[in-house]
Write a protein that binds this ligand. Structure first.
Ligand code: TXA
Ligand code: MG
Length: 325
C-alpha cells in the first residue's frame, strides 16, 4: 500500500536499502517491521547469523524460527505444499499467515532455523522492505518477533530499541505495524488434518472458510500437534496481569475494551481502552503498545476487561492468557 511504500522510500533514502542488504549478506541482524510486529531478521541459510538471533533474544534453541520469502514460488523451494497449504497460501499471501510444512531435503534453510525439525515455517509477509530484501539477496530471512524471549512483542521501532538496543546492527524504523499481533500459524502436512498452531492476525473463521472445514486446534488433546513456541510463558509485562476483570482494585491499571467500564474504573492508576467501540482489529493494533505503557511504576497489577473471541479476539486472548501465566 502507498503508506508503506512511502515509508520504505524514506528508509531507503535515510539508511539505504543497500546498507540493510549488506548487513544481512554479511551475517548481521536487522530489525524491520512486518504488517504484524517488528521482526529481528537474519539470513535463514546462515547458521552463524541465525545463532546471533537466538543469542540476542535469549531464545531457547528448541524454538524454531519463521523463514520469510517474497513469494509462494520461493516458499516452494523450501517446503512441500499439499492442497490445503496451496489454498491458504494463494488466498492469504502476502499476509499475516505462517504455514508449517514438511521441509524439503534440498532446502538451504539452516537446521538451527527450523530447530532440527523435519518441518519448516514459511511466510510471505505484507511488508515490502522484507520481501524486497529477501528477493535481492535470494535468501529466505529468518525473523522472530524483535523482543527478548518471553516478553511483549514490539509494534514500533522504539519498542525494539527498548528490547534489543546494542544487540543488533540496524533498526529500520518504518512506523507502527498495522495488524499488531503475530501471524496465524497453520500446520499443513499429510500426517494430520490442517492444524491451527497459533491464533493470530487472520481470524480463524476466515481460514476455515477458505479450507471449507474446521481446523484442528493445537494441544486440545495429547494427540494433536503443538508448536514449541506455545509451551512457554510469553508476552509477560513485569507486573502481574489479571484477566476478565469485572472490577478494578486498589493499585491496578485497567486495560479496557469496548464501551462498558468495569466497576471502580475511576479509581484505576491508569486506564487505556483497546477499542472504545469494541472492534477486535483496532484492539489488536493497540494490544502490545498498551501492555508496555501500563507496565509502569505505581502499578501493582494490570486488570484486563473481558474481550470476546470474535475476529482477532482469539489471538488477543491467547496473548493475554500467556501474559497472565
Ligand atoms: O507475525 C509473525 O509471525 C512474526 C513476524 C516477525 O513475522 N514472527 C513471529 O515469530 O511471531 P516467532 O518466532 O515469535 O514465532 C514463531 C512461532 C513460534 O511459536 C514457533 O514455535 C513456531 O512459530 N514455529 C516455527 N517453526 C515451527 C515448526 N517447524 N513447527 C511448529 N511450530 C513452529
Ligand atoms: Mg515472538
Amino acid at each position: 500500500d502507498s503508506e508503506t511504500g512511502a515509508a520504505t522510500e524514506a528508509f531507503a533514502r535515510d539508511y539505504g536499502f543497500v546498507g540493510a542488504r549488506d548487513i544481512l549478506a554479511n551475517g548481521g541482524l536487522l530489525a524491520l517491521p512486518t504488517e504484524t510486529v517488528y521482526g529481528l531478521a537474519a539470513d535463514a541459510t546462515n547458521a552463524k547469523a541465525v545463532a546471533k538471533i537466538f543469542a540476542a533474544k535469549d531464545r531457547p534453541s528448541f524454538n524454531p524460527l519463521i523463514s520469510h520469502v517474497p513469494s509462494l514460488e520461493a516458499a516452494q523451494r523450501h517446503g512441500i505444499f499439499n492442497d490445503d497449504a496451496l489454498t491458504l497460501a494463494r488466498q492469504f499471501w502476502p499476509g499475516p499467515l505462517t504455514l508449517v510444512v514438511p521441509k524439503r531435503a534440498d532446502s538451504p534453510i539452516a537446521d538451527l532455523t527450523s530447530a532440527g525439525l523435519d518441518t519448516v515455517a514459511l511466510r510471505v509477509p505484507d511488508a515490502p522492505l522484507m520481501r524486497a530484501l529477501s528477493h535481492a539477496l535470494d535468501k529466505p530471512l529468518a525473523a522472530p518477533s524483535a523482543n527478548r524471549s518471553g516478553r511483549v512483542s514490539p509494534t514500533t521501532a522504539a519498542h525494539v530499541r527498548e528490547e534489543l538496543a546494542g544487540r543488533l546492527d540496524l533498526i529500520a524504523d518504518l512506523g507502527p505495524c498495522k495488524v499488531g499481533v503475530e501471524s496465524s500459524v497453520v500446520l499443513c502436512s499429510d500426517r494430520v488434518p490442517a492444524t491451527l498452531l497459533r491464533p493470530g492476525g487472520l481470524s480463524t473463521d476466515v481460514l476455515e472458510q477458505a479450507l471449507g472445514r474446521p481446523l484442528l486446534r493445537a494441544g486440545t488433546d495429547d494427540n494433536t500437534p503443538r508448536s514449541p513456541g506455545m509451551l512457554t510463558s510469553h508476552y509477560a509485562p513485569s507486573v502481574p496481569v489479571r484477566l476478565n476483570a469485572e472490577d478494578v482494585k486498589d493499585g491496578e491499571a485497567l486495560l479496557a475494551f469496548g464501551p462498558d467500564m468495569p466497576t471502580g474504573a475511576d479509581g484505576a492508576v491508569k486506564v487505556l481502552n483497546l477499542s472504545p467501540k469494541g472492534d477486535s482489529f483496532e484492539a489488536a493494533q493497540h494490544l502490545f503498545a498498551f501492555l508496555r505503557e501500563l507496565d509502569m511504576e505505581g502499578v501493582q497489577t494490570i486488570a484486563v476487561a473481558p474481550i470476546s473471541n470474535d475476529g482477532l479476539g482469539e489471538a488477543i486472548n491467547d496473548r493475554l492468557q500467556r501474559a497472565a501465566r
